[in-house]
Design a protein around this ligand. Structure first.
Ligand code: PEP
Length: 254
């Protein structure tokens, strides 16, 4: 059975005090279920604090981005070695905010996925279409192109260690959510694409949905056959809401 992953992307939010309180709330109620991974991705400057506070709690830590460069004169960046040093296990890559605001290209994202796998961390590769692309009927082609750029770079064998997050850009932070049917269609298409590219274990790949997932819509989304968890922004900043999503994810494994 595939892993179910509930990942909180805290983006650029919080202070040491509010993050401590949020994490206290999450660790107080996080479900422990075989095959369910609960992940938090704080701002990089709070990774150490979060890791230390977690201790042995059943929550893993990830970063929201990383440099593909190993070290050197890259002011403002951080490396995979640093993330390893801090005990990070996952890295979100190619988030639509990185692609649109920081101009990351498919090639940049592929470099980062490659470097992350080489370092032994798990990349969460974000893909998704804009509203204009959806309305033009280009959703599956756009997502396929974003994924293929990474497949071409790393090879299909190594793709088995990647997690995908399908995040329609129009649903991120907007309160709009893909319907379960819309999301399921794209998730199934991604799995079929990877099988078509020669991946023997596409049925084992975790594909998360992201885009205004919340306590009210999580259960229905997570019940879809090809949806293996969520990448959650806004709703991950409230412990009770995040825990409701975690509980729905635990339920979806039964
Ligand atoms: C995200 O940032 O990946 C995300 C899905 O945000 P939100 O849940 O707020 O739409």
């Amino acid at each position: 059975m595939r892993k179910t992953i509930v990942a909180g992307n805290w983006k650029m939010n919080g202070t040491s005090e509010s993050i401590r309180a949020l994490l206290d709330g999450i660790t107080a109620g996080v479900p422990v279920v075989d095959g369910l991974v609960t992940l938090v991705c704080p701002p990089a400057v709070y990774l150490s604090q979060v890791k230390e506070q977690l201790g042995n709690a059943p929550v893993v830590v990830g970063a929201q981005n990383v440099s593909a460069q190993p070290k050197g004169a890259f002011t403002g960046e951080w490396s995979l070695e640093m993330l390893q040093d801090l005990g990070c296990e996952y890295v979100i890559l190619g988030h639509s905010e990185r692609r649109s605001l920081f101009k990351e290209t498919d090639a940049d994202v592929a470099d980062k996925v490659d470097a992350t796998l080489t370092a032994g961390l798990t990349p969460i590769l974000c893909v998704g279409e804009t509203l204009a692309q959806r309305e033009a009927g280009e959703t599956l082609a756009v997502v396929a192109t974003q994924i293929d750029a990474v497949v071409q770079r790393i090879g299909i064998e190594r793709f088995a260690s990647v997690v995908i997050a399908y995040e329609p850009v129009w649903a991120i932070g907007t309160g709009l959510t893909a319907t379960p049917e819309q999301a399921q269609e794209v998730h199934a298409a991604i799995r079929a694409q990877l099988t078509g590219s020669g991946m023997k274990v596409a049925d084992k790949l975790s594909i998360l949905y992201g885009g205004s997932m919340n306590a009210g819509n999580a259960a229905e989304l997570l019940a879809q056959q090809d949806i293996d968890g969520g990448l959650i922004g806004g709703a991950s900043l409230k412990a009770d809401e995040f825990l409701t999503i975690c509980a729905a994810a635990a339920e979806s494994r039964k």
